[in-house]
Each structure stands twice: as C-alpha cells, then as structure tokens.
Write a protein of this length. Structure first.
Ligand SMILES: Cc1cc2nc3c(=O)[nH]c(=O)nc-3n(C[C@H](O)[C@H](O)[C@H](O)COP(=O)(O)OP(=O)(O)OC[C@H]3O[C@@H](n4cnc5c(N)ncnc54)[C@H](O)[C@@H]3O)c2cc1C
Length: 238
C-alpha cells in the first residue's frame, strides 16, 4: 500500500520518528508484527515495527543503521510503499509483566504496553548514554514503574538492563534489544515465560529466502519472518 510521509524527524541523537498516512485499509497489527518499508535506493523492504497505529496512520521509531535507513531519514515528504503487517504477534496474558528494552528495542514494547493497559506493566529501559533515550512522556502513561539504565551512568542506574531483572516479581517477560542482550537473557535460565523480539537480519520477509533463519531447539532452523519475530526463549538457540 502507498503511504504519505506526514512527518519524519530526529527525536534525539540516534532515534527518528516517522509518521505515515496510509491510503487504503489495512489490518491493524498485533504487538511484534512488523511492516516492510520499500525505500527507493535499496532492493529489499526494510522491516520496522509500529509504535502507534490508527486506521489511517502508522508511526515508527527507527535508528539509522545502513544504506536504507540513512536514505529513509532524509525523506521529509512524498509517498512510500509499505506492506504488512507480517509475522506473528503476541498479546500479554499474565497480570504482572516486565518489559526489557535495549536501545531502539523500546519501539515494539511501547506498542505492546497498550495491550496490557489495565494490568501491571513495568519497564527496564537500557541505553548506552542519556542522549539515546526516548522521552518518558512517550510511554509512561501505560506503565506502573520504569527504570532507566545507562551504560555510562549518565541517567538512572549505571550498567546493563540484565543486572536489574527480578524474576520473582513478574509472571511474564517481553524483551527487545541487541542480539548480545537477548543472548544474555537466554543464558539466565528463567523459570517463567520470556518472549524475545528478534530484530536482526531479514531478507524477503515472506518465508522464501531463509535470510532470517534462527536455530530451533528441536533441530533445524525456523524462519523469523513467518514463525516469529517473537519467540519464547526456550524455542530457539541464538
Ligand atoms: C522484525 C523486525 C523489526 C524491526 N523493527 C525495527 C524498529 O522498529 N526500529 C528500528 O530502528 N529497527 C528495526 N529493525 C531493524 C531494521 O530493520 C534494520 O536496522 C534495517 O533493516 C537496516 O537497514 P539498512 O538498509 O539501514 O541497513 P543495512 O545494514 O545496509 O541493510 C540491512 C538489510 O540488508 C539485507 N541483508 C543483508 N544481509 C542479509 C542476509 N544475510 N540475509 C538477509 N538479508 C540481508 C536485509 O534486507 C537487511 O534488512 C527491525 C528488524 C526486524 C527483523
């Protein structure tokens, strides 16, 4: 579907906010589902997860990583092709949940918060430095508590998010962030359900190219684009 760029601007040192207005009806995504954005200077669509949606508008928060997102960050008007939602989504089922976000991994977790609004949701949000933080006003409305953790101690607690998880306080965990963070969480051997949102490499996003395959605990590989991008931590080997 075609979408008009309504606003696309930096919101801090590393994050951009993109609002688009879609020109036809689309299926509203579940948390974890993603869209492919077709950017003129690259061949494959680039996957981004929504932070906010309505029948007519979608908002994304993204970082500039390579050629595609760099080009995207320079677009301030015009139309862009967007397809989706793709993948399997997830809705929190338990009462007390902890969201664990690393960097731009906060994006899908903000979208997930509103699906748990009437229950107890806490957030651990880690970044390298205060300049990379998304403003608390973007997400505090949905939360009971949040803890900011910076690697250099420039705001909140100092260190890594993984140091501040108290498993005994929660029923379920939702995690999105860099691969190293996800791997550490996998090694922590939680007794309760832990859902990892994978945002690593993805090719066609249609289950055809196997570019996004991850190792399954049952042997073989699973394609993130159709079976994920959200997996219970005991399903996969990172
Ligand atoms: C489900 C999902 C949701 C995401 N949501 C967000 C989000 O909300 N915000 C955000 O900032 N980032 C998100 N990302 C990450 C984002 O998609 C990447 O940062 C972006 O695609 C980088 O594109 P680029 O052209 O700038 O980078 P480049 O590094 O130039 O290109 C990366 C792209 O190259 C292709 N590619 C390269 N190698 C391979 C390979 N081995 N197999 C298959 N394809 C390959 C893929 O299309 C890949 O997306 C998400 C990723 C996934 C998978």
């Amino acid at each position: 579907m075609l979408a008009e760029i309504v606003e696309n601007k930096p919101i801090n040192k590393v994050l951009y906010s993109l609002w688009v207005k879609v020109e036809e009806a689309y299926k509203l995504p579940l948390p974890g589902q993603f869209f492919l954005l077709y950017i003129d200077n690259v061949f494959l669509g680039r996957p981004l997860t929504p932070v906010d949606v309505s029948k007519t508008h979608i908002r994304f928060i993204y970082i500039v990583k390579g050629r595609g997102t760099l080009y995207l960050s320079g677009l301030t008007e015009g139309k862009i092709r967007i397809e989706g939602p793709f993948g399997k989504g997830i809705v929190p089922e338990k009462d007390k949940i902890l969201l664990i976000a690393g960097g731009v991994g906060i994006a899908p977790l903000i979208y997930l918060m509103r699906f748990h609004e009437s229950k107890h949701t806490d957030l651990l949000y880690g970044v390298k430095n205060v300049s990379e933080l998304l403003s608390e006003s973007e997400y505090m409305y949905y939360l009971n508590n949040s803890l900011i953790i910076t690697e250099d101690g420039s705001k909140g607690k100092k260190g890594l998010v993984t140091h501040y998880i108290k498993e005994e306080d929660y029923d379920e965990f939702f995690v999105c962030g860099p691969l190293g963070m996800l791997k550490t969480i996998q090694q922590m051997d939680f007794k309760k359900p832990v859902y990892l949102f994978l945002e690593d490499m993805m090719g066609c996003a249609q289950g055809l190219c196997n570019g996004c395959a991850v190792k399954s605990v049952n042997g073989g590989y699973i394609r993130t684009c159709i079976k994920g991008p959200v997996f219970e931590t005991r399903e996969i080997i990172l």
